[in-house]
Design a protein around this ligand. Sequence first.
Ligand code: DX5
Ligand code: ZN
Length: 216
Amino acid sequence: MGVEAKIAPSMLSSDFANLASEAQRMLHSGADWLHMDIMALCPKSYNWCSSYREAYLDCHLMVTNPLAYVEPFGKAGASGFTFHVEVSKDNWQELVENIKAKGMRPGVALKPGTPIEEVYPLVEGNNPVEMVLVMTVEPGFGGQKFMPETMDKVRALRKKYPSLDIEVDGGLGPSTIDAAASAGANCIVAGSSVFGAPEPAHVIKLMRKSVEDAQQ
Ligand code: DX5
Ligand code: ZN
């Protein structure tokens, strides 16, 4: 039994003046999740979450104090709450407990330069995270080039944890999806390749097929 494909367009690449219709456009194009990059304390992003309770909101917190965001994002209706391991070495247990208590799915992200071993305790603990996000570019902005060397981390994770949700984020699109899917990634974040496509539905479908083929 393989893991399920989840295609998550990154709202960072959407037209910010029309967030609501951009979200609808992605959901109608076959998106499973909406990926939201949270970079600074911005009350508007909570409000936006609240108005999208029908979609799975895959929130990626690129902030230095994720604990401060758990309560507001929980209230706002976030579905997944993914924090970075680099800033959570001392309090990840407390973070995971709080995220679950607010009804969200905890995930842990790591930057390209962070060794994969750093997330193992979070996957194996009594109160484990439910997803690992392997960054395939340096976090910050969309439109960067996919780093193929990060696939070693995805392969190591998939070998160790056959049923774990493994997400990749950065530079994913038709030309890089096969590398990520064959390494074992099943949750695919894609910003510019989806929003910039004449037919986002086509790109989403192609990426889903790549993940499904690799899972067989
Ligand atoms: C990068 C963000 C990504 C970004 C991906 O820091 O975490 O979610 O939006 O954009 P693309 O797919 O254009 O690389
Ligand atoms: Zn992201």
